[in-house]
Design a protein around this ligand. Structure first.
Ligand code: ZN
Length: 246
């Protein structure tokens, strides 16, 4: 009799443990399928590639695969280096928040065209692509961040305009709240990386490397971290809004 009792306790325990394991598994699977994917594209690369590629899927107009990018007026630091430094900070913050992150590049010595960068995000079915750049202009007084989004009028990007614009507005508001000057949100139909994208995408021009002070700030780790924290918080807000819709 005692033996029978023991056997039934063991069986019961076995059932309970298995039941628990399957619940945990189901939970984890759900969590993974709910992961929000962010593609981070650190603009440019060590060497420009002047070979041409189509600006959009249905256009004859062509642009270099990857342009040179700018360089700090005072620091002489290359834009592609600053962009990747910031991209790594953003990746770290997003990882810690539990996002799935895809990087178009993790080193400088690569050759990945703007079409190829868009295709990396498309393949990953990214919920949002953040392209990180720095600006430059002949007017050395000009400062501030600028946000670029795909055109609402272009046939290639009509379908990703709304989501891109929503995120851009959240980002703009958050940057301003943190005291960062924003020059505005501008629609662009001439950007290869936008026209080939099937997922929402923005470019954040973090500031002007043609301005002496802003160049120094953009090369400063703490300023990069501040900007990338704002980007990450904006992604949180965008994701929250998207989930409310579901
Ligand atoms: Zn750039």
């Amino acid at each position: 009799m005692k033996k029978l009792k023991l056997i039934s306790v063991v069986i019961l325990l076995f059932i309970l443990i298995n039941f628990n394991i399957s619940i945990v598994k189901a939970f984890e699977e759900e969590k993974n399928s709910n992961l929000f994917t962010i593609c981070i594209d650190a603009g440019h690369q060590k060497k420009a590639d002047s070979k041409l590629e189509a600006v959009s899927p249905n256009s004859d107009s062509k642009k270099p695969r990857v342009s040179q990018g700018t360089e700090g007026v005072g620091t002489k630091k290359a834009e592609y280096i600053v962009n990747l430094e910031a991209a790594f900070f953003l990746r770290e913050v997003l990882y810690n928040k539990g996002y799935n992150v895809v990087m178009t590049r993790e080193s400088h010595d690569v050759n990945i065209s703007n079409i190829e960068r868009a295709e990396i995000a498309n393949k990953a079915k990214a919920d949002m692509t953040i392209r990180i750049h720095c600006d430059s202009i002949r007017d050395s007084i000009k400062t501030g961040a600028t946000i670029l989004i795909p055109s609402s009028k272009s046939n290639n990007t009509k379908s990703i305009y709304e989501a891109s614009n929503k995120f851009a507005n959240i980002l703009k508001d958050n940057l301003k709240k943190e005291g960062i000057k924003v020059n505005g949100i501008f629609e662009r139909s001439d950007i290869t990386g936008f026209n080939w994208s099937k997922v929402p995408v923005v470019i954040l021009e973090m500031g002007f490397m043609s301005n002496y002070n802003e160049d120094k700030m953009l090369c400063d780790e703490n300023y990069q971290k501040k900007l990338m924290n704002i980007v990450a918080e904006s992604i949180d807000k965008y994701k929250e809004n998207e989930e409310l819709k579901m």
